[in-house]
Design a protein. Structure first.
Length: 248
């Protein structure tokens, strides 16, 4: 039975972290066993104290960063502790649903692919709807499609959403890979590394309930700039010595 290592990077999520961790621990996943790795990224609101209460539970590893350094740093810290055949990344808030684990794991357990991306895109629905902020919601959705257009153009793909938190993959897919992104650009760097190594990630629709900054959202405009820079920095055109990725 394969082991699933679930990595939960968390920073200042005291209002939601217990709900998320309990849901992860209680999730029934036929065909796999679970390892939970929680990484506190230097929280200052009581989150660290909450996650430390889980450290004596069998199958749970709790790591703590000395200071806030970003989601990418937290995940990089956790990866060496992930001993499972499969790795899943889970945010510490309630924007995503643990109930989607089964759909995310299905293509991997059926040996259809090596990487699965949880896609928030659904036909006919705006991806982000921030209550009370219609124009900001629209701007973020437009920025999403603009960045996706750049990514698909540079990397010869046709994806709809590579920025979501849910990424599930076989552990060997990252053998020998070194990451550099510290904040949310890590999500993009991860997908780029998969594509450059010849993997063809499969998108699976997932439920998504966007939240506002007042509710704890942490992404900032600078993250969009860093995402764009990451795409350009890692781009290796096939005529310049890079390997042309397989088209999805």
């Amino acid at each position: 039975m394969p082991l699933l290592s679930i990595i939960v990077p968390v920073y200042n999520e005291v209002a939601t972290i217990d709900i998320v961790l309990r849901a992860v621990l209680q999730a029934q996943l036929p065909g796999v066993t679970k390892q939970l790795i929680i990484v506190d990224g230097g929280s200052e609101d009581g989150t660290r104290e909450r996650v430390l209460t889980y450290q004596d539970i069998p199958g749970v590893e709790v790591l703590c960063e000395p200071r806030p350094a970003g989601k990418g740093v937290a995940i990089r810290r956790a990866l060496p502790y992930a001993v499972g055949d499969l790795i899943l990344i889970q945010d510490g808030d309630l924007e995503y649903s643990v109930e989607d684990y089964g759909a995310l794991l299905a293509p991997l357990l059926a040996s259809e692919c090596d990487v699965v991306l949880g896609s928030r895109w659904m036909p006919g629905h705006a991806m982000r709807h921030l209550p009370g902020h219609p124009w900001l919601s629209c701007a973020m959705n437009v920025a999403h499609w603009g960045l996706m257009g750049v990514f698909n153009r540079l990397y010869h793909t046709r994806y709809r959403d590579i920025f979501g938190a849910y990424k599930v993959f076989r552990r060997h897919c990252l053998d020998g890979v070194t990451f550099h992104a510290n904040r949310f650009a890590f999500d993009v760097e991860l997908v780029i590394r998969f594509v450059q190594r010849g993997y063809v990630p499969q998108e699976v629709p997932v439920r998504y309930q966007s939240r506002t900054w007042a509710q704890g959202k942490k992404v900032r405009w600078i993250d969009g700039v860093q995402v764009l820079w990451t795409m350009v920095r890692l781009w290796r055109p096939w005529w310049g010595g890079g390997t042309k990725p397989k088209r999805r």
